[in-house]
Ligand binder design. Structure first.
Ligand code: LCS
Length: 393
């Protein structure tokens, strides 16, 4: 059957897969760095692009290609470009669409390094940036300059769980000929497809929901069109941001269960968010499935579900949060997210610690904010664990 006739879970299981001569049910791993040519002319034709063929794994590999095809199908894009990490995907987009004299607009709450690399490293190449509260489209419009070449969004955002209106921002960007890239890590293609809402590029840290088992670091770029893909792919190749075949094979295996993992984690998250919101020691909870979320209505339109990421703050702020984090028994006190196990962490002291005090304040990353990535364990156990830790506060 054609990809466009299959549902999400069928695609997650089958898209991109290929058989070997033995008829293996699961595509084999091509754990090789290089490929033999039939003769010198064949090699030259592969290099010139006259003929399709595998050359060298940094440039392309069948196992990596399978994963690229699968994620591109799920994101409704022209093509996927797998990378060694989510940050390799983010930087490949930055290097492709930014240049000396160019300007980027970013949402003020992004994964810490996606912002700190722009503010810390790229200025030496003459690149400027504005980080604004993109939940209000007017702020994005006000930040546009003649030299703006890229708008970079992350929604829901790490760790504020703020939601930006992808469609509205893409409409503005189109009028100014600005490329829009959306980091879709928190949703995965199961819950949101930014390319359908007008974005040009999607990036993922596949370390998170797509692989889902906390055993791989990996990234993906999906381009909406051939033109965008043809700009991005050579940058990934020349910068050596490629994935390894074994990493690709494991990530492809994780992807097969994406839908059922998110269904379960999301069901758990609704109950955990309600538990936290009703707990007397909790000051506030941010979760797109709660009516109290400021963009609850937008989330219902833009996302197919509220996901499995929750931020909250205790009434005693940072000190109370630390007591809770230090006393969880089943949840792991660890960064990363989107795996089958529940993780708890402290963004101001960990993932977002490199941001300035002002940047954190503007992005709503308070000292007391605690971030929870809800796993697929029994929800009664997750809640009991949080409850016993809260009792010690
Ligand atoms: N984009 C988002 C939204 C992320 O959350 C992360 C990592 C990245 C990109 C970078 O991906 P990586 O290179 O790590 O595969 N987020 C992390 C976090 O919140 N805790 O640890 C890593």
């Amino acid at each position: 059957m054609e990809n466009n006739q299959l549902g999400f879970d069928s695609l997650a299981v089958h898209a991109g897969s290929f058989e070997d001569a033995l008829g293996s049910a699961v595509s084999p791993i091509y754990q090789t760095s290089t490929f033999k040519f039939e003769n010198a002319d064949h090699g030259a034709r592969c290099f010139s692009g006259e003929e399709d063929g595998f050359i060298y794994t940094r440039i392309g590999n069948p196992t990596i290609g399978e994963l690229e095809k699968a994620v591109a199908a799920l994101e409704h894009g022209y093509g996927g470009i797998a990378t060694s990490s989510g940050m390799a995907a983010v930087n490949t987009v930055y290097l492709t669409y930014l240049a000396s004299g160019k300007h980027m607009i970013g949402h003020h709450s992004l994964y810490g390094p996606s912002r700190s690399v722009i503010e810390g490293l790229y200025p030496k190449f003459g690149i400027t940036s504005s980080f604004v509260d993109a939940t209000n489209v007017e702020n994005v419009i006000a930040a546009i300059r003649p030299e703006t070449s890229l708008i970079f969004l992350e929604t829901p955002a790490n760790p504020s769980i703020e939601i930006t209106d992808i469609k509205a921002i893409c409409e503005v960007a189109r009028q100014h000929n600005i490329t829009v890239c959306v980091d879709n890590t928190f949703c995965s293609p199961y819950l949101q497809n930014p390319l359908d809402l007008g974005a040009d590029i999607v990036v993922h840290s596949m370390t998170k929901f797509i692989n889902g088992h906390a055993d791989i670091v990996a990234g993906m770029i999906v381009a909406k069109t051939k033109e965008v893909y043809s700009k991005l792919r050579p940058v990934m190749v020349i910068m050596g941001c490629n994935m390894d075949p074994h990493q690709a094979w494991l990530t492809r295996r994780g992807l097969k269960t994406l839908g059922i993992r998110i269904d379960r984690a999301q069901e758990n998250s609704m109950k955990v968010a309600a538990f936290l919101e009703s707990h007397p020691k909790v000051e506030w909870v941010k979760y797109p499935g709660l009516k109290s979320h400021p963009q609850f209505e937008l989330a219902k339109v833009q996302m197919r579900g509220p996901g499995a990421m929750i931020s909250f703050e205790l009434k005693g702020g940072l000190e109370a949060g630390k007591i809770m984090m230090n006393n969880v028994k089943m949840a792991l006190l660890a960064v990363s997210l989107g795996g089958i196990e529940t993780l708890i962490q402290h963004p101001a002291g960990m993932t977002h610690s490199k941001l300035s005090k002002d940047a954190k304040a503007a992005a709503g990353i308070t000292d007391g904010l605690v971030r929870l990535s809800v796993g697929i364990e029994n929800v009664e156990d997750i809640i009991a664990d949080l409850d016993q830790a809260l009792a010690l506060v």
